[in-house]
Write a protein that binds this ligand. Structure first.
Ligand code: BES
Ligand code: ZN
Length: 455
C-alpha cells in the first residue's frame, strides 16, 4: 500500500487538471441540445481510462452511451470480480444567474472545486479511477478484477442500462457493485449507505380556455387552470405533513427500534440543517425526525410549476394551461406502479371538471435496502475508516439510484454505497462543489477497498 499512497500523494495536481477537463463537458442528459456533449464526454472518458491502463470502450445505446473499462485480465483469471458504477451525466445547471462562476468552467476556492457534476457524480467516481490508476501505474497487483460501468442517463432514470445489463449478464457477473454517488455527514463521519429511496415521476397538465384570455373581460366566468392546479395540489398534503392520497402509505416499512436509535446519533442536528438549507423552519411529517423524514418516509414533491406569464412586469390574463412536474420518493415495500396508480386515480377523482387533466408518466424505481452486517459491508467499513481515520456511520439516504435494484434483480449483486459527497455540496443546485479532502480520501478509500474486500 505504501507505493500506492505515495503515488496518490505525488499526483494530486495532475488529477485535478484531469478532473477539470472531465467537468468541462456540459453532459446534461435531460436536455437534447447536449447530446453531442454527452458523446464527447464518453469518448474523453474512454481515452482517459486507456491512458491509465484500463481496457475501455464506448458502448452505444438507444440513448446516451455507456463507458465500460476493465482492468487487464490475466489469462483464465479466477480473481473475484467487482463492478464500479458511476455516471458522467449531470443535472441541468439552471438557473444560471445564481452561479458564482459558470457551471462548466471548474474553479477551486479553498478546498472546494466548483462545477456542475463535481460531486454528482464525476468527482466521486473519478476518485475510484485514480485509486485503480495507482495500482496499475505502480505495478501493484490488484487482488480482484474490476470493471467500471459509467453511464450517461442516471439523472434521467437509466432507461437504457437495464437492457445493457440483461445483454451482458456474463460480462458483468460480480461479487458486488461499488458506487460512490451518495453522501456522508461530514469529513469526520464517513458513511456506508444501506438504503436509498425509490421514485416515481410524472407531469400533470390542466387545460382551460383554448388560449390565454383577457382576465378583465373573461375572468370570473371561466376557471383559471393555475388556480385549479394550486387547489388540486394543495389537497395532496395536510397541514401535519401527511400525504392524503388513500393507499399512499400502505405497507411502508416501519423504522426499526435500532434504526430510530441510530438516527438520533446522526451528526447533523436540526438547527444546523435549518441553517444549511436557509429555511425559516423545518417542515415534515409529524412524529419523525428530519433525518427520518428525508431518508425513510415517502414524499410527494412538486419539482416545477409553470403557468401563465413569467416575463417582466404584469400581464392580465387567464392562462390557458398550468403544469406541474412531480416526483414521489418511495421507501421499502412501496411498489412504484401501485403508488403511481393510486396517485393518478386520486388526481383524476379530485381534478375539477372545469379543466382538462392530462398526466404523462415518467421514470420509476423501487427503494433499495440491504443488510449492512454482511462481509462486504464490513470490508467497506474498514476501508472507510482507514482512509478517513474516523469511525464510519451506517445510514439510509433519501436520494435514488434507480439502477441498483436492477443490479440485484438481473445480476443478483448488492451495491456498496460509499458516498464521499458532503451535505453542503449543492448537488442539483447552483454552485455545486466537491471537497478536495473528500476527493483525496476517497481515492485512498478506493485503494484500501480492494484489499479489504478480498481479505
Ligand atoms: N447521486 C444521486 C443520488 C443520491 C444523492 C443518493 C444523495 C443519495 C444521496 C443521483 O445522481 C441522483 O440524483 N439521482 C436522481 C435519480 C432520479 C433522477 C431518477 C435523484 O435521486 O433525484
Ligand atoms: Zn444526481
Amino acid at each position: 500500500m505504501d507505493k500506492i499512497i505515495a503515488y496518490l500523494k505525488a499526483n494530486q495536481e495532475r488529477f485535478l487538471a484531469e478532473l477539470f477537463e472531465y467537468l468541462r463537458f456540459a453532459s446534461v442528459s435531460a436536455q437534447p441540445k447536449h447530446k453531442p456533449d454527452l458523446q464527447a464526454c464518453a469518448e474523453w472518458l474512454v481515452a482517459h481510462c486507456r491512458q491509465i491502463g484500463l481496457e475501455a470502450e464506448v458502448r452505444p445505446t438507444d440513448g446516451h452511451p455507456i463507458v465500460v473499462a476493465k482492468t487487464p485480465r490475466e489469462a483464465g483469471s479466477r480473481k473475484p470480480h467487482y463492478v464500479v458504477y458511476g455516471h458522467y451525466d449531470v443535472q441541468p445547471p439552471e438557473p444560471l444567474e445564481l452561479w458564482k462562476s459558470p457551471p462548466f468552467e471548474p474553479r477551486i476556492e479553498g478546498r472546494n472545486l466548483f462545477a456542475r457534476g463535481s460531486t454528482d457524480n464525476k468527482g466521486q467516481n473519478f476518485a475510484h479511477l485514480k485509486a485503480v490508476e495507482a495500482y496499475l501505474k505502480t505495478g501493484t497487483p490488484l487482488p480482484c478484477d474490476l470493471t467500471f460501468v459509467i453511464e450517461g442517463e442516471e439523472e434521467v432514470g437509466s432507461a437504457n442500462l437495464d437492457k445493457f445489463l440483461s445483454r451482458h449478464r456474463q460480462e458483468l457477473k460480480c461479487e458486488a457493485f461499488v458506487i460512490s454517488d451518495t453522501g456522508m455527514p461530514s469529513l469526520k463521519h464517513p458513511a456506508l449507505t444501506y438504503g436509498l429511496r425509490g421514485i416515481i415521476a410524472f407531469e400533470i397538465t390542466l387545460t382551460g380556455p383554448a388560449r390565454d384570455l383577457h382576465s378583465g373581460i373573461f375572468g370570473g366566468a371561466v376557471d383559471n387552470p393555475a388556480m385549479a392546479l394550486a387547489q388540486l395540489l394543495a389537497k395532496v398534503r395536510d397541514n401535519r405533513g401527511r400525504i392524503t392520497i388513500p393507499g399512499f402509505y400502505d405497507g411502508v416499512l416501519p423504522l426499526t427500534k435500532y434504526e430510530r436509535e441510530q438516527n438520533k446519533l446522526y451528526p447533523i442536528k436540526d438547527a444546523q440543517l435549518k441553517k444549511l438549507l436557509g429555511v425559516r423552519e423545518l417542515f415534515g411529517e409529524q412524529g419523525f425526525s428530519a433525518t427520518e423524514q428525508r431518508s425513510a418516509r415517502p414524499t410527494f414533491e412538486i419539482n416545477g410549476l409553470t403557468s401563465g406569464y413569467q416575463g417582466e412586469g404584469s400581464k392580465t390574463i387567464v392562462p390557458s394551461w398550468a403544469r406541474a412536474k412531480i416526483t414521489c420518493r418511495l421507501v421499502p415495500n412501496q411498489k412504484p406502479e401501485k403508488i403511481r396508480k393510486a396517485v393518478l386515480a386520486w388526481l383524476k377523482k379530485n381534478s375539477s371538471p372545469t379543466v382538462k387533466l392530462e398526466i404523462t408518466a415518467g421514470h420509476g424505481a423501487e427503494a433499495y435496502h440491504f443488510d449492512p452486517t454482511g462481509k462486504p459491508a464490513q470490508a467497506a467499513l474498514r476501508a472507510l475508516e482507514k482512509a478517513f481515520k474516523h469511525k464510519p456511520v451506517l445510514m439510509r439516504e433519501g436520494g435514488s439510484i434507480p439502477i441498483v435494484n436492477q443490479f440485484k434483480k438481473i445480476l443478483g449483486a448488492d451495491s456498496l454505497l460509499l458516498g464521499i459527497g458532503l451535505p453542503d455540496d449543492n448537488a442539483h443546485s447552483p454552485n455545486e462543489k466537491f471537497n478536495l479532502d473528500c476527493f483525496e480520501k476517497g481515492q485512498l478509500m478506493g485503494a484500501y477497498l480492494w484489499q479489504e474486500l478480498v481479505r
